[in-house]
Design a protein around this ligand. Structure first.
Ligand code: PRP
Length: 212
């Protein structure tokens, strides 16, 4: 059996059509179900739908052999024990710093709110900027408005959330898209299945690139 761990939310919406093109379709509608495990049109492939932060954990331990997860999660939580053989090019966005529009930057230690504390620590250290990192779990844009932080590190897609909250993007830390990850041991134990899946996904991507 090959289990693919999928990230729920926007990534899932963009993953399912690609998987379908690769011949893997859940036997029931994932969106209207409360189930977490889904058999598919391929007898030997099942899907599990979980939070992005949990995907590398399932794959690292081999509970799932394959995962679909955002590069932001891999950058923040590490990619130990997994290979990253394919960029699906979906759910594209940027990991950026942002601050209230027109903010005059004060000298000294910046307070930065983010859920990407490891990425942020490395980014500001590289710049030689002293920071106090404040870990949040969502709605980062609120932190500067409430005087909790001077700036944030967060995902920016359209920029609408920043604009709606009087903020502007500043620096790009990384371009983000969703990746296929594979458990290192499973790359050997499930070699044929994994290779087959990656090839079919690659040709689904190629077809899409040609506008088919
Ligand atoms: C992300 C991110 C921003 C927003 C950016 O949140 O944290 O809030 O999307 O998108 P935009 O640039 O198109 O406005 P998401 O909705 O994924 O929820 P989260 O807070 O759970 O990450």
């Amino acid at each position: 059996m090959l289990t693919i761990a999928l990230t729920k939310g926007r990534i899932l919406q963009e993953t399912l059509p690609l998987l379908a093109k690769a011949g893997v379709e859940p036997l029931e509608d994932i969106h209207s179900s409360r189930k977490l495990i889904f058999p598919t049109t391929l007898d030997d492939v099942s899907l599990v739908v979980i939070r992005g932060t949990d995907v590398p954990t399932y794959v690292r331990y081999g509970a799932a052999q394959v995962g679909v997860v955002g590069k932001d999660i891999l950058l923040e939580h590490g990619a130990d024990g997994v290979y990253e053989p394919l960029d699906l090019g979906i759910a594209r966005c940027r990991l950026m710093t942002a601050a209230p529009t027109g903010r005059i930057r004060s000298r000294g230690k910046l307070r930065v709110a983010t859920k990407f504390v490891n990425v942020a620590r490395d980014f500001y250290a590289e710049k030689g900027q002293q920071v106090e990192l404040i870990k949040l779990y969502g709605a980062m844009e609120l932190a500067p408005l409430m005087n909790l932080a001077d700036e944030i590190v967060d995902i920016v897609d359209t920029g609408n959330t920043l604009r709606a909250n009087g903020m502007e993007p500043l620096e790009i830390i990384a371009d983000i898209s969703s990746r296929i990850i594979v458990n290192k041991a499973a790359m050997r134990s499930h070699h044929a299945q994994v290779r087959h899946l990656i090839e079919r996904l690659q040709s689904a991507l190629d077809d899409r690139g040609q506008g088919q």
